[in-house]
Design a protein around this ligand. Structure first.
Ligand SMILES: [Zn+2]
Ligand SMILES: [Zn+2]
Ligand SMILES: [Zn+2]
Ligand SMILES: [Zn+2]
Length: 743
């Protein structure tokens, strides 16, 4: 999804493979991005563009007037099943296909307000009721949403407004007797119930936990950094010939310490797994939930009540403000290109949005400034080996009183202070020489296809009909296209290549990154090399590389007679000199380990099937076996202890369970570190066991440790943290017992 869709990618790679060698060589050996761009884009043929156009058409990005009814009915089904979130998403899809001021638009909003009401999102519900009314909600249905509005207001404690709404509602009925007749009995009953509720509520004081996001506000930088206004003083900025501008630690960093707090210069909502582009008529409308249904297209905020763009069905926002800002900054250009941007992938999309945000004039200034400085007649970007040096001289300068002053770090001002501006972004390294020629060709063709579309769009203005009903939006104007598309193309190509090393993906926490506790040094270094183009020489990598023969501690074998770690490659010997134990082949130990793992799996199956006694028996056997040849910190030793802890807990033997779990906890701590999220999960389990065994002091201290570790990784809404707090308050509420059941 970062890169183009597979069909277009393989199409281009095939095209590359079929190029004459001489052309391939020209592109591979081109010294500047400009040359790469020009050579590649001259090869983009009309039939290529046609193929791309066909792919782009597969995405439903426009508005389909038949879709709102379909989505509303699908939403109603979910609503019946009490899946209110699912219903809200489907109603949102209906909204995104509706035209302003139509019954479709108002009904979709009204239905969504009902779903939001059931989800307890009263503020958002009120907004949707308001939207339903402004888009022409049918008179005959008014009582329904007015009653809902009153309910929301009561729930929010806004009683005065609620009673105003109720009297409006009642006046409506008396004014139009026809309405009073159709007002169903249930509605009247609800009205009565609501009035009662209001009387109750009146006596309560208003108390709203307005501090949901408080923890985020509290998270502040410990000490501000003079060079980097948005960073802590624990880090510094420097430049490295291979990595470019980078951050380094200047003092020890505490786990969980906030290092940088800065808004993204540019961001694009990752569409996530998209349904395959449809070509036939079957399953025309997709009912699956995508990122675009849940997050604002501009600020990425989570929302169930999206506000769609008036011109397309794929851009949805958290608010009218976001919609308007996006439109003015970039979406008026992007709006008609939805299908193309989905086909070309997120990187290409970010590259476009970046240049749109900055504006062509600034892009041109930076590029031409660079080219003047390196006194090249041609507009070009140096990509040779002395790139950083060239960039230093070319861009890392600012004028002060007419004197050219050199700054050592590209993207900083004359005082060496980092500036969050386009210059800083532009100076990130694209690593042109490290990307494969076919990858550069692929990116260049994506960018030039996009440039041609932009050119074509600038020739024929966007039909004004698209936004005719939106008075708040500026009339669609022809996107301001640059006089020289090449400059735009070169800038976008540079950004596309930069993104692989410099972009941040925001996802849910993943534990698969190249970290020393989760991945061996060889695999880790290979990963870093292929994505970031450098050989890591950090202390962890160096010490681990030295010990490579023995492997990491959680994979180590130990001597059968003295327990010292075994050393060697194919043949392992006891590490203790005084020990007389004979050598053993690695293969032998590995096959013993495999047998043991098989035994452990059998025991785990018994455990799952509830055959607890047998599971304990087998696991105890495994434990004895493991002690005879595995290092005490071996991952399998931890796994066995964990199984025993579970079995004992299930048998109600909390004391034994805790002992086993502490063993497993030790293995996890050695491998992942005392403040790792893995450690947090183990501490959580241990806290549960102490809690269940009424070991109050142990439970309380473990709960505190678990909370400390987990809160470094997760927010206060995390399930485990919430559970820990419940346990704590439960324990603190216990009457003091003279002698608690010992554990
Ligand atoms: Zn937003
Ligand atoms: Zn749009
Ligand atoms: Zn390293
Ligand atoms: Zn030994």
């Amino acid at each position: 999804m970062d890169l183009p869709v597979d069909e277009w990618k393989s199409y281009l790679l095939q095209k590359w493979a079929s190029l004459p060698t001489s052309v391939q060589v020209t592109i591979s050996t081109a010294e500047t991005l400009r040359d790469i761009f020009l050579h590649s884009s001259s090869l983009l043929q009309p039939e290529d563009e046609l193929f791309l156009k066909r792919l782009s058409k597969g995405y439903l990005v426009g508005k389909d007037s038949d879709a709102p009814l379909f989505y509303r009915e699908e939403g109603n089904k979910k609503f019946q099943e009490k899946d209110y979130t699912g219903a809200a998403v489907l109603y949102s899809k209906g909204v995104s296909h509706s035209r302003p001021n139509t019954e479709d638009m108002s009904l979709c909003h009204a239905n969504r307000s009902a779903a939001l009401f059931h989800l307890g999102q009263y503020e958002t519900c009120l907004k949707d009721i308001n939207r339903a009314q402004t888009h022409g909600y049918p008179e005959r249905l008014q009582p329904k949403i007015m009653l809902r509005k009153a309910e929301c207001l009561v729930a929010l404690g806004r009683l005065q407004e609620a009673s105003q709404t109720i009297s409006d509602l009642e006046r409506n009925f008396t004014a139009t007797p026809a309405l009073a007749d159709v007002l169903p009995q249930t509605l009247q009953r609800n009205l009565h119930r609501l009035k009662m509720k209001m009387q109750e509520k009146d006596s309560l004081t208003e108390s709203f936990p307005a501090a949901l996001a408080k923890t985020l506000e509290d998270a502040a930088l410990r000490e501000e950094n003079e060079q980097l206004s948005n960073a802590s003083s624990s880090i510094g900025l420097c430049v490295d010939p291979l990595k470019g501008r980078c951050l380094v630690a200047t003092k020890d960093i505490l786990p969980g310490e906030l290092l940088v707090q800065e808004d993204a210069f540019v961001s694009v909502l990752n569409p996530g797994e998209l349904p395959p582009p449809h070509h036939g008529l079957d399953s025309k409308w997709d009912t699956r939930v995508t990122n675009g249904d849940l997050y604002c297209h501009r600020c990425l905020k989570h929302t169930l009540a999206t506000v769609p763009c008036d011109g397309c069905s794929y851009a949805k926002y958290c608010s009218q403000e976001c919609l308007q800002q996006a439109w003015e900054l970039y979406h008026r250009t992007e709006c008609p290109l939805g299908g193309l941007l989905l086909t070309l992938g997120v990187f290409c999309h970010i590259a476009l949005r970046l240049t749109l945000l900055v504006g062509f004039e600034d892009v041109r200034k930076i590029i031409t400034k660079l080219c003047d400085k390196i006194s090249n007649k041609d507009i070009c970007l140096p990509e040779s080996n002395n790139q950083v040096k060239t960039l230093n001289y070319g861009l890392g300068e600012s004028e002060k009183n007419g004197n050219i002053v050199e700054t050592p770090i590209p993207g900083c001002d004359i005082n060496g202070k980092y500036e969050n501006n386009y210059n800083a972004v532009f100076n990130l390294l694209p690593h042109t020489e490290n990307h494969s020629p076919e990858h550069k060709f692929l990116c260049a063709l994506c960018v030039s296809a996009l440039c041609r579309q932009l050119e074509a769009a600038s020739l024929q203005a966007i039909p004004t009909e698209r936004i005719v009903n939106s008075s708040q939006l500026k009339a669609a104007v022809t996107p301001e296209l640059c006089p020289d598309v090449t400059i735009w193309g070169v800038a976008m190509l540079r950004h596309m290549l930069q993104l692989q090393c410099n972009a941040q993906a925001m996802t849910t926490i993943q534990h698969t990154g190249p970290h020393k506790s989760r991945m061996g040094v060889a695999e880790r270094q290979q990963k870093l090399r292929s994505q970031y183009f450098f050989d890591c020489a950090c202390p962890a990598c160096q010490t681990e590389a030295h010990r490579m023969a023995a492997g990491p501690r959680w994979e180590a074998f130990c001597c059968n007679s003295c327990g010292a770690p075994m050393q060697g490659d194919d043949v392992l010997r006891c590490g203790s000199r005084s020990c007389a134990e004979s050598a053993v082949s690695r293969d032998h130990l590995v096959s013993r380990l495999q047998d043991l793992q098989q035994q452990v799996r059998v025991a785990q199956k018994l455990l799952r099937d509830g055959e607890l006694e047998r599971a304990v028996q087998r696991l105890s056997g495994c434990q004895r076996d493991a002690e005879s040849f595995l290092w005490a910190e071996h991952a399998v030793v931890g796994e066995i202890a964990d199984g025993l802890a579970r079995a004992c807990a299930a048998l109600g033997d909390w004391q034994k369970s805790a002992t086993h779990l502490q063993r497993s906890l030790y293995v996890v701590e050695v491998r992942h570190g005392p403040s790792s999220v893995e450690m947090g999960h183990e501490l959580f389990k241990l806290a549960q066991i102490f809690f269940n065994g009424f070991a109050v002091p142990e439970a309380l201290s473990t709960i505190q440790k678990a909370e400390e570790v987990l809160s470094l990784h997760c927010g206060p809404w995390d399930d485990e943290i919430q559970e820990l707090q419940k346990m704590k308050s439960c324990l603190l509420d216990l009457p003091p017992t003279p002698v608690g059941p010992a554990l």
